[in-house]
Ligand binder design. Structure first.
Ligand SMILES: Cc1cc2nc3c(=O)[nH]c(=O)nc-3n(C[C@H](O)[C@H](O)[C@H](O)COP(=O)(O)OP(=O)(O)OC[C@H]3O[C@@H](n4cnc5c(N)ncnc54)[C@H](O)[C@@H]3O)c2cc1C
Length: 585
């Protein structure tokens, strides 16, 4: 790959003053820092280092983003990789069989954009309209956000010669993209044969290809997805390899890596700096202008709380002096749940090719010499829909009414196709169902006044019974796809997961409670809202209520979990708020 030299510590460990100090060099943090550094002095404090150094190929090679990233194991026996993962573990999920889950979050420059599955999907026009309405600011409609979406990415059209899969030609709306920079968005240079079959199964039950793709404000039908990938080298593009790499030589941006922001410091109610710890050295980075918190969904509320901004009772219980009593900090957590319906199949997949000693050398050659072949492939194919009438009719009246409150272009379910090897080396195909109307709510709070104690996470799974009902319908819908005519050409044996004995709603619900997974899209723990909204944490310019000189810019400020995949909107919001700041808003 084209890796630039990656040094470790880049700032000197002593008190200093900047215009802006950004807490967290993750997806949003490096994006906004790089933009602000064009006209101001900026420091970034990041707990991790360079993932290319700390984690090597597993975080760079696209195929390994699906299969090699052992950090995404949600079980409590997850492999320990403290150099790139926060190793967060939830409290027992009381409505989900008391499960305790590991929730991967990137602890590295690039944050979760360095460990995610790289798919690039925006939300729907009505979802952004709802965002605009909730926060009382018309700049959040899709058409007004589009310039920021365009600015944050550089699109390279698919390389059809390399993809070499006639039935997997991506369709998309080029007008939804522009000539932004520096984050690369493009398509895989190889298509997994099993995924083309699974896409056909979804198409056979009515989820036909959406000619506009999923970046023009529509989420229905199916699409071969673009991802955040450098198409020339077929390597992951993250906020680090794009925004930070561009800013490093071009601006005076200072990065304090392997460094913890331990507390935001206030002068009265004005943020005046950040206390930092690097390998035991404590120092203060002061601001002329603002502190920007970009710690992600779990750590942004934590740093606010340990600094005195949060629910008064929580702060007082930890003897933290109250700077601003904001009851919404850590509340409103929304985490979409997902389940696989999986079967053995007779088709090869990327893993069976690279696991086979006869075919692996050619796969390696293709990747090294042509940036193509199985190693170059990550995100594949996704479909969205509102439930068909006959399945909607199986829901309780309360759940039907709850769904009816959503606008008509808001999908209710997402289906992701996937493929992997079973422990005995056989190919498996999986179609997952994921809810896109998360009714359950969780929370994040603190165990102590110290930033070094992990935040206390309750995902709130199944706290609202509508989520289970909708996901049961999703399982039935995926079973329809697995019963379609194309599926008969590839399926081997009876249903493997959940299994043919899981055949009633009650049994499916029990299976779900014991087996659903996160798709790592948790959001909304410092939710944006209108002035006067008691549970809102930031206003529409991302300014924290009740204090001055402090914004939060990351996925925690989404007012709700938007359908689609979040990183596109995370990059967008960082661009938007950077523009607000540059223009004095
Ligand atoms: C396994 C996985 C797969 C995913 N797949 C996809 C996908 O395919 N498509 C998609 O759109 N989205 C995906 N997502 C979600 C998406 O990546 C995240 O929503 C997004 O990256 C969040 O960005 P953020 O800026 O809010 O937080 P992050 O990118 O996580 O950044 C937070 C940063 O703050 C740092 N930090 C936190 N606290 C401190 C502190 N006290 N001091 C110093 N530094 C601190 C962290 O180390 C981190 O670098 C996935 C996420 C995961 C984890």
């Amino acid at each position: 790959g084209p890796l630039l030299p990656r040094s470790g510590q880049l700032g000197t460990l002593e008190n200093a003053t900047f215009d802006y100090v950004v807490i967290g060099g993750g997806t949003a943090g490096l994006t906004i820092a790089a933009r602000l550094a064009k006209f101001a002095s900026v420091a970034v404090i990041e707990a991790g280092g360079y993932y290319e150094v700390d984690y090597g190929n597993a975080s760079v090679v696209p195929l390994l983003s699906l299969t090699g990233l052992d950090v995404i194991d949600p079980s409590t026996s997850f492999p320990h990789r403290p150099e790139i993962d926060w190793e967060l573990v939830t409290i027992p999920q009381t409505n989900a069989a008391n499960r305790v889950l590991h929730y991967a979050q990137g602890k590295t420059l690039g944050g979760s954009s360095a460990i995610n599955t790289m798919s690039y999907i925006r939300s729907t026009k009505s979802a952004y309209q709802r965002w605009a309405d909730l926060v009382g600011d018309g700049s959040y409609t899709f058409s007004n956000l589009l310039p920021y979406f365009k600015k944050s990415v550089h699109l390279t059209p698919p390389n059809l010669a390399k993809r070499n899969a006639a039935n997997a030609t991506p369709e998309y709306d080029p007008d939804s993209f522009g000539i932004g920079s520096p984050l690369e968005v493009s398509w895989n240079n190889w298509v997994d044969p099993t995924l083309t079959w699974l896409a056909k199964c979804l198409q056979a039950v009515g989820l036909t290809i959406n000619p506009k793709g999923f970046s023009s404000g529509e989420l229905n039908g199916g699409s071969w997805l673009p991802s955040t990938i450098d198409p020339t080298h077929a390597t992951r593009d993250s906020s680090q390899t794009s925004f930070l790499d561009e800013a490093m030589p071009g601006t005076q941006i200072k990065v304090y890596s392997h460094s913890m922001a331990t507390k935001i410091l206030f002068d009265g109610s004005k943020a005046k700096g950040v206390s930092v710890s690097t390998n035991g050295t404590l120092y203060t980075l002061s601001v002329n202008k603002e502190v920007i918190v970009s710690g992600g969904v779990f750590h942004s509320p934590q740093i606010l709380m340990v600094s005195g901004v949060g629910p008064k009772a929580v702060l007082q219980a930890q003897n933290i002096p109250v700077v601003a009593d904001l009851p919404g900090v850590g509340q409103n957590l929304q985490d979409p749940i997902s389940i696989n319906v999986a079967n053995f199949v007779n088709t090869p997949n990327a893993q069976s090719i690279v696991a086979n000693l006869a075919t692996e050398p050619e796969a390696l050659r293709q990747y090294r010499e042509e940036a193509a072949g199985p190693y170059s492939s990550a995100a594949g194919y996704i479909s969205y829909e509102r439930l068909p009438t006959e399945l909607r009719a199986t829901l309780s009246n309360a759940t039907q009414a709850a769904l009816a409150a959503y606008p008509s272009d808001w999908p209710e379910l997402q289906y992701i196709v996937g493929t992997f090897l079973s422990s005995n080396g056989s190919s498996m195909g999986a179609i997952s169902a994921t809810i896109t109307t998360t009714f359950s709510r969780g929370s994040v709070t603190i165990a102590s006044a110290s930033i070094t104690d992990a935040p206390v996470i309750n995902l709130g799974w199944f706290s609202n019974s509508a989520d289970g009902e909708v996901l049961i319908a999703g399982v039935k819908r995926v079973r329809q796809a697995w019963s379609s005519e194309p599926a008969q050409s590839i399926r081997l044996g009876p249903e493997f997961i959940p299994g043919v004995d899981v055949d009633t709603d009650a049994k499916i619900l029990d299976f779900l409670k014991n087996n659903v997974n996160m798709i790592w899209h948790a959001s909304s723990t410092c939710a944006m809202g209108k002035i006067g909204d008691k549970m809102a944490v930031v206003d529409s310019k991302a300014k924290v209520f009740g204090v001055q000189g402090l914004r939060v810019v990351d996925i925690s400020i989404f007012p709700f979990s938007p359908p689609g995949h979040p990183q596109a909107s995370v990059f967008m919001i960082a661009e938007k708020i950077a523009d607000d700041i540059e223009n004095g808003r």
